[in-house]
Design a protein around this ligand. Structure first.
Ligand code: UT7
Length: 381
């Protein structure tokens, strides 16, 4: 599924790299590139409000050292993670999502006005049904809104943004609340050093709606390859995956396989998204990658030619919060003032499916625009 930026080769995320996507050359062609934001026939659609939540309980590498055969040195050097947040026993994905939305409302008190659709990206939903999106909607004053969950594992946030974008462009929705909410620590074997040290809990929330022309999402590149399903999964109804792969009680991950896949698809999909938006790596102000492993992020930066100091990284403090990593990083970098109005963002993610997703976006800072309008009104301009 692709919007605005059809993937060059559906079956092969390699294709973009073999095409080399020539980001810097693409940059020179920018003016002639047809994108969602510059195509006046379509509304420009972007993010107008955002928030995030991470539970207060901190679990450090020293906590794992105390109970597993591992070390702070191994975890930091192999993953970049120093600590992560754990939800309380009685808290679930909907609680992470609701608190992320509450954080959004603290910063954008009118942010939810007119929201008619709620999409929740989660791989650890409260229930198979009702949708976690419905549970969140009811608790944040959005009873009556359309609500559904989206399952694309760690790629879920970018997938959900693409769905929200499409719904608004099509006129099906006017304003969509996209929530990522995860409690992976509850479905990961806490006795398995291979996986327990990686994950944390949290949530992120953004509002997607029409924005002024020249802002908003420019390209999406989405993909999946179910042949790799056996590399990363958590069971639901079935006790085995196609191919007679038995599924146990906890999340399973073949770390090495996922690592190799991630290095390949992050680079390929990110380059393809830049190419489709007519951007080169020098045009990108901020890379916001899925926060799974610092070595995967470093390799993506190298492929893109984007320096690490233009990359938003918080996995050292939150670990891998699955679908919530990208909105958590995005919200943090907006809140601390790193991401500014008009800046060019690139989001890239990968995860179970196996799946991948990338998107470029020109950041619209609604608060900055509102402040500017107020000043102009005051001086009578
Ligand atoms: O959001 C998407 C989900 N997941 C990911 O993105 C994860 C992708 N994969 C990775 O990040 C890395 O593969 C891991 C961090 C999971 C593992 O790092 P690695 O460098 O690929 O290590 P490895 O799996 O090749 O294991 C190397 C050694 C093994 O020991 P032997 O067989 O060489 O004796 C492991 O048993 O490290 C051992 N090991 C550990 N040692 C200390 C695995 N986990 C640990 C640990 N502490 N926590």
């Amino acid at each position: 599924m692709t919007q605005d930026a059809p993937r060059p080769d559906k079956a092969s995320p390699h294709k973009a790299s073999t095409d080399k996507a020539s980001p810097d050359k693409a940059s020179t062609d920018k003016a002639s590139t047809d994108t969602a934001s510059t195509d006046t026939a379509r509304p420009a659609v972007g993010i107008t409000a955002l928030g995030a939540y991470a539970p207060p309980k901190v679990v450090t590498n020293a906590d794992f050292e105390a109970r597993l055969d591992t070390s702070d040195e191994w975890i930091v050097s192999r993953t970049g993670i120093r600590e992560r947040r754990y939800s309380e026993p009685g808290d679930f994905a909907s609680d992470m999502g609701v608190r992320a939305v509450q954080n959004l409302l603290e910063r954008f008190p009118d942010g939810l006005e007119g929201v008619d659709t709620v999409v929740c990206a989660t791989g650890s939903p409260d229930a198979m049904f009702p949708a976690t999106a419905s549970l969140i909607a009811a608790q944040v004053g959005l009873r009556g809104a359309a609500a559904f969950d989206l399952s694309a594992a760690c790629s879920g946030f970018v997938y959900a943004c693409s769905v929200a974008h499409a719904l608004v462009v099509a006129g099906t929705a006017r304003k969509v609340l996209v929530v990522s909410a995860e409690v992976l620590t509850k479905i990961v074997d806490q006795g398995d050093r291979n996986i327990a040290i990686l994950f944390g809990d949290g949530g992120g929330a953004v509002v997607v709606e029409a924005v002024p022309q020249g802002y908003g999402f420019e390209s999406f590149v989405l993909g999946s390859d179910g042949a790799g399903a056996g590399s990363l999964y958590i069971r639901c109804v079935a006790d085995r995956l196609p191919g007679n792969i038995p599924m146990g009680q906890y999340t399973y991950m073949n770390g090495r396989e996922v690592f190799k896949f991630a290095v390949r698809v992050l680079g390929d999909s990110g380059l393809a998204a830049m190419q489709k938006a007519g951007l080169g790596s020098k045009d990108v102000d901020w890379l916001i990658p899925h926060q799974a492993n610092i070595r995967i992020i470093e390799s993506a930066c190298e492929r893109f030619g984007i320096p690490m100091d233009k990359t938003v990284i918080n996995l050292d403090r939150y670990g891998n919060t699955s679908a919530a990593t990208v909105p958590l990083a995005l919200a943090e970098a907006c809140q601390d003032g790193r991401i500014k109005d008009g800046q060019q963002l690139l989001m890239v993610a990968f995860g179970g499916g196996l799946s991948w997703a990338a998107s470029t976006m020109k950041w619209y800072d609604r608060a900055a625009h509102a402040a500017k309008s107020k000043v102009l009104a005051e001086v009578g301009a």
